[in-house]
Ligand binder design. Structure first.
Ligand code: HAS
Ligand code: CU
Length: 554
């Protein structure tokens, strides 16, 4: 097998196995998660295939739990846990502070995943990925997911230690943008995940173990969404790191504005968390005024994505013009569309535009009443996490796997077609889901078994029947390309980590001090969280409710 080992600094190479291990688990999860996806897609179009899935998948809700947990929690988090250490090592040009810590994190997370997966497949954790109390799962499910979160903290710690060691070795140097974005992601995630940790340790785990008999559903939900909104940026920001630090290089140019990119990451640290009530507008027992405040804060966290839209588009356009592009639109022809790593990410960006817009609709306090708990929300998050994030991760594997294995990507043309096919399927499918949501079609409902839903079929049925399976085919193609690269590719890889080289990252020297410091932003974040959440938690703790659990009703 040909390798590129001679070109890679052996010290940096130590991270490769860890990255490969995380990504391997992510890929297996993605493969398993998307079998029930096909069942779901057919169900939405009125065809009930679930009876054929027994005994592996016993009910619609078990299928939905497998699909949701393995996609949004496992595929994303395991992928980014391999991606971020890799980016950190290559952007700083030094190995991880502790490989041992990295491996401990991996085994803790894998152990947690296995522990959570056992009850899911045994149909004793059919509580969906939001696990709202009083639906009760087996304790192994909660403990397993908690271990996955603990593992993410260990990876964050390792990255922090690596950065601090780099700072000691390079006093006065500005942190490279890719690592800056990585640190911002872990900063917001570490604060955000406290909500989930408290929910698990003080409410769900003791209750599922029978140590306490009852649970407070509203308190549990509020703690969940304290983490549940910012977790979407834990999934999204690795994609942003790639769009800022890698896309300009893949496009053959440079980032339009590095200070603006840093500001975007810092705004995420500031605004990501005090917005969770936008998932609870319809929940009773929480005041309207505080919900409105969360609406305003959500509009604030929308802003860094607008900055990203502008900055990344400008970088792409500048790169195209550098390569001879002209005209208002004609310049798009001068982009490297033949490179699957580029095309895949741009397809993800395209999906993110309507996905972001439907997010704004969701966040609007009164408009939310029209779409909450409908298929509109499902359309929204398939464009964001299922579209932008997933396509970016898939496209990343198209340069990463050849780099890790030394084997050129198999079927490069197919790899360019794959994200385009996925894009078409997702666009059709999620547009239909949005539209059905406006007709008040509920989400999380066994629609093929709902006779009243028949009125909504017709063209919708055709769009869903084409869109869903088209995405499935694109997913299968993705695995074919990866497996063939691993087993059949004989050509040596000629790839490099597409990170801007030092001195190439836009206006590096002009980065103002405030955009390379953490303290003011972290303090700001804590203050905003206190304003947005202290009144809510004080009220909830003064009005504890006690509800027994519902378990084993599936
Ligand atoms: Fe969301 C529900 C609001 C972003 C995921 N969201 C969900 C759920 C998930 C999810 C999973 O306010 C369902 C939870 C459940 O099960 O109940 N969301 C927002 C807002 C944003 C947002 C305001 N969501 C995301 C992201 C996700 C995600 C990102 C995953 C990764 N969301 C909500 C609300 C709800 C909600 C309510 C609750 C609804 C309810 O009632 O239950 C914003 O962050 C979005 C900002 C995005 C943009 C788009 C910018 C576009 C860019 C692309 C650049 C393109 C380029 C192309 C450069 C403003 C950056 C150039 C190419 C060339 C060739 C030139
Ligand atoms: Cu949210």
């Amino acid at each position: 097998m040909a390798t590129v080992s001679t070109e890679i600094n052996p010290q940096l190479r130590t991270v490769h196995r860890l990255t490969a291990a995380f990504i391997a688990v992510a890929l297996v999860s993605l493969a398993i998660a998307n079998v029930p996806a096909l069942f779901q897609a057919f169900d939405r179009a009125g065809f009930n295939l679930y009876p054929y899935a027994r005994p592996v998948i016993r009910t619609y809700y078990q299928g939905l739990t497998i699909h949701g947990v393995l996609n949004v929690l496992v595929w994303t988090i395991f992928f980014l846990s391999g991606f971020f250490p890799f980016v950190t090592v290559y952007a700083l040009g030094r190995p991880l502070a502790s490989m041992r810590l990295g491996w401990i994190a991996f085994w803790v997370m894998l152990g947690g995943l296995v522990l959570a997966a056992i009850p899911i497949f045994a149909n004793t954790a059919t509580v969906l990925y939001t696990f709202y109390a009083p639906l009760q799962a087996s304790p192994a499910y909660y403990i397993g997911l908690t271990l996955v979160v603990v593992g993410t903290w260990l990876i964050g710690l390792d990255i922090l230690l690596t950065w601090r060691a780099w700072r000691r070795e390079n006093p006065g140097r500005v942190t490279p943008l890719a690592v800056f974005g990585t640190l911002a992601t872990y900063a917001l995630w570490t604060i955000a995940s406290i909500g989930l940790a408290v929910e698990m340790l003080f409410l769900l785990i003791p209750w599922s173990l029978g140590i306490v008999d009852t649970v407070d559903p509203l308190l549990a939900r509020t703690l969940f969404w304290f983490t549940g909104h910012p977790i979407v940026y834990f999934w999204l920001l690795p994609a942003y790191v790639s769009w800022y630090a890698m896309i300009p290089r893949l496009a053959g140019g440079r980032l339009f504005s590095e200070p603006m990119a840093r500001l975007a990451f810092l705004f995420f640290v500031l605004y990501s968390i005090p917005v969770g009530l936008h998932h609870q507008f319809s929940d009773p027992g929480i005041g309207g005024g505080i919900k409105l405040l969360h609406t305003f804060m959500t509009f604030a966290v929308f802003f860094p994505s607008l900055l990203t839209y502008f900055n990344v588009s400008a970088s792409i356009e500048t790169a195209a013009r550098l390569h001879g592009g002209t005209g208002w639109v004609k310049w798009v022809r001068n982009l490297p569309w033949g490179n699957p790593a580029f095309t895949g990410q741009v397809m993800g960006m395209f999906l993110f535009v309507p996905g972001g817009i439907s997010g704004l609709t969701n966040a609007s306090y009164n408009v939310n009443q029209a779409i909450h708990n409908t298929t509109w929300v499902v359309g929204h998050f398939h464009l964001t996490v299922g579209g932008a994030v997933t396509l970016t991760f898939m496209a990343t594997t198209y340069w990463l796997i050849p780099y890790l294995t030394g084997r050129a990507l198999w079927g490069r043309r197919l790899a360019v077609a794959q994200p385009i096919i996925f894009f078409v399927g997702m666009a059709m499918w999620s547009e239909t889901m949005h539209r059905l949501g406006l007709e008040s079609i509920p989400r999380r409902t066994y629609l093929s078994q709902a006779p009243w839903f028949e009125n909504e079929w017709g063209l919708n049925r055709i769009l869903l029947l084409i869109g869903g399976p088209t995405m499935f085919v694109a997913g299968v193609l993705y695995f074919v390309i990866i497996i063939m690269t691993l087993v059949a590719s004989r050509e040596p890889a000629r790839v490099e980590v597409p990170l801007a080289r030092p001195g190439e990252e836009g206006s590096h020297e002009q980065v103002p001090k405030l955009l390379d410091s953490w303290r003011p932003w972290l303090i700001g974040s804590v203050v905003l969280i206190a304003i947005a959440y202290l009144p809510v938690f004080t009220h909830l703790l003064r009005n504890i409710s006690s509800v027994p659990g519902f378990a084993g009703i599936w």
